[in-house]
Design a protein around this ligand. Sequence first.
Ligand code: IPE
Ligand code: IPE
Ligand code: MG
Length: 246
Amino acid sequence: MTEKISNNLNDLDYERLPTHIGIIMDGNGRWAKKRGLPRHFGHQEGMKKVVHIVEVCKELGIGNLTLYAFSTENWKRPSLEVDALMNLLVVFIRKELDRLNNNNVKIIILGDTSQLPDIPRNEVERATNLTSNNSGMILNIALNYGGRQEIVMAVKDIFTDVNKGIITIEEIDDKVILEYLYTKGQPDPDLIIRPSGELRLSNFLTYQSAYSELWFSDVLWPDFTGDDLYSAIIDYQKRNRRFGGI
Ligand code: IPE
Ligand code: IPE
Ligand code: MG
């Protein structure tokens, strides 16, 4: 946390911080390629940024942070890269879990963890169990996550509960659907940040992002700094969120 913050922090309104920030951590591969390195070096460097950005958000008092770590489509990558990503997840948890726990961070996994290899699956289970009673910031890690897969899951679960008589079709509304998503009980993301220059959501929080403010940057994730995060929040605070009103 020695990084120099160049933004004018007086521009930041601490009374109007986004409650929930989502970050699509993209650009690791291009970061490595620019340096003539194999892609996994980019992922390794990206992981270091996770630790830093979580701390910056925690210090700011952000209530919910969602980090997109691995999509349902990322299985299409070469198995060596998938293995490297899974391994980095394990390294991250083994190295950072105690500190996150001591900082009262609650870790929640968004996504289908049943499809993960044994070791990462056990480690994420350990992380969620250990931190389940923490009441500080919620850190959602979107892992084997896809917004469409999440909606399919919700539809199936709702259908099952209708069949069991737990809810009726008439009762199904927007609020009920939210309760069947991985983010149940959490506010929708106010701000979604995507570095790396890509202008799309890539299946991230598809249902929840209906009224999210989007912020894009050309910076590659391993180069993303606390200062970039402040820039995103300051821009967010200048926006007029109308939610369909006037
Ligand atoms: C994001 O970086 C990490 C994951 C998707 C897991 P990428 O690996 O997508 O990096 P680029 O987009 O190829 O640069
Ligand atoms: C989105 O990045 C997924 C994560 C950052 C984990 P991708 O690199 O997979 O997205 P596309 O393929 O550019 O849309
Ligand atoms: Mg990418």
